[in-house]
Design a binder for this molecule. Structure first.
Ligand code: FE2
Length: 424
């Protein structure tokens, strides 16, 4: 039985209320009597949110930066080459050790669900088995959803058998990378094959799709068509979709309503695509992030993923989903008040919908999962990327940290750091 009383938590509507978690489930939100004899924490009027959700990550590659060497150019192509150099020397133990560390970083920052693509190109399926072990090992603390990802191309690398084996082993989402196949035709063929496989097995689809600056990379059109043909509406996501940045405006005005009709979701990866895209441009350089505000306006579900942390493609990162939302907000110029709130939703409730997370939310009857942030609301969370004071999973406190406060004594005057460190 995991019971917990959280006193004085500030909700999105600015109301300060108590949250009673009984037997892992939110039993009551309101004014709960203090005398109740269960573990209690005081949120002191700070902001409470459902945990962060990372809808796109690569747990098998994470924290491998510098092995066997660093990426000198910082480009996607050198990253792919480096991953190729690293792969023959991967061991299950090393993969798992790095993944464990990443999961612990994620939990400490309030991320309790991750969808991770796992490379199935290696016939031994070493990475798949290692990530399935981590999924089971971390089940009490973190929901890990795995995607069978043919990183070197489904057709290009002959990965159909490996992909099927990965699904048989327990990987639950069908991945793909149509723009990396040899031709547009083979990209189409891969989408058809993978969507038919997902339909036959009753699985979700999440493809790396059109991650390039080529405006003619239009695999999302085929993915949308296959979604409707096979009745996969609401179960398909297109990850990255960066070519949409460079597409013709008229074409996008036709494409977005089609995606909306098919209920295809979008997963953007702003930290990675702002650094990897536009590398063949002189000035002006394209940003290469997909068209987030327009997709939201078209009624699409849009989530943001971290994608990489210290791997061959990205040397930075700490698995903080507020860093991800902060970057998206800036690059996509989403500084309108409602837009900023949507950026926060894109690392919380929107990816929870895409991952179909059971019992997610801050309502009676939902799982007792929550994060107390040292700030007053969602917009301030994006501005400050503040301390995660408490991270709670099914009524258990998994991680906590002290308030960040000023020690300056300015003789009773307001501390200059009050502006930075929010106080209720
Ligand atoms: Fe990715």
């Amino acid at each position: 039985m995991s019971d917990l009383l959280v006193k004085n938590a500030r909700f999105k509507d600015n109301k300060v209320q108590d949250i009673l978690i009984l037997d892992k489930i939110i039993a009551e939100i309101g004014n709960v009597r203090d005398s109740i004899d269960i573990p209690t924490i005081d949120a002191k009027g700070y902001f409470v949110t459902s945990p962060f959700v990372d809808s796109h990550f690569h747990l098998d590659a994470t924290l491998s930066y510098g092995i066997p060497r660093v990426n000198q150019s910082g480009t996607l192509l050198e990253g792919i080459k480096l991953w190729g150099e690293l792969k023959p020397n991967l061991t299950a133990d090393a993969l798992k050790e790095r993944a464990r560390k990443l999961c612990q970083w994620a939990i400490a920052r309030g991320t309790l669900s991750i969808r991770s693509h796992v490379d199935i190109s290696d016939p031994s399926l070493l990475a798949v088995e290692a990530m399935l072990d981590i999924k089971n090992e971390y089940k009490p603390w973190l929901d890990l959803q795995l995607v069978a990802f043919p990183q070197d191309g489904l057709i290009r690398a002959g990965s159909k058998t490996n992909l099927s084996k990965a699904l048989e082993l327990g990987v639950e989402v069908v991945g793909g990378i149509p723009h990396f196949e040899r031709t547009m035709e083979e990209g189409t063929e891969s989408i058809q094959y993978l969507c038919e496989l997902a339909a036959a097995k009753g699985l979700q689809v999440d493809m790396h799709c059109d991650e390039s600056d080529d405006p003619m990379s239009r695999h999302i059109e085929t993915l949308t068509k296959e979604t409707v043909r096979l009745g996969l509406e609401g179960r398909v996501a297109g990850s990255h979709l960066t070519s949409m940045h460079s597409m013709d405006n008229y074409y996008v005005s036709k494409l977005l309503p089609l995606m909306s009709e098919a209920d295809v979701s979008v997963i953007a990866n702003p930290l990675i695509n702002i650094t990897l895209q536009g590398r063949h441009d002189s000035y002006p350089k394209r940003r290469g992030l997909t068209r987030i505000p327009e997709q939201l306006r078209a009624g699409l579900t849009v989530a943001f993923g971290h994608d990489c942390v210290m791997d061959p493609w990205y040397p930075l990162g700490s698995q903080d989903m507020l860093d991800v939302a902060h970057m998206a907000l800036h690059v996509a110029q989403m500084t309108g008040a409602t837009q900023m709130r949507e950026c926060f939703n894109a690392v919380t409730e929107y990816p929870a919908k895409i991952l179909d997370l059971d019992g997610y939310g801050l309502k009676k009857g939902c799982k007792g999962d929550l994060v107390i942030l040292q700030c007053m609301d969602d917009i301030e969370a994006l501005r400050l990327r503040p301390a995660r004071l408490y991270v709670v999973r099914e009524g258990d406190v998994l991680s906590s940290t002290a308030e960040v406060i000023s020690n300056l004594d300015l003789s009773g005057k307001k501390s200059s750091t009050d502006f930075i460190f929010s106080k209720p």
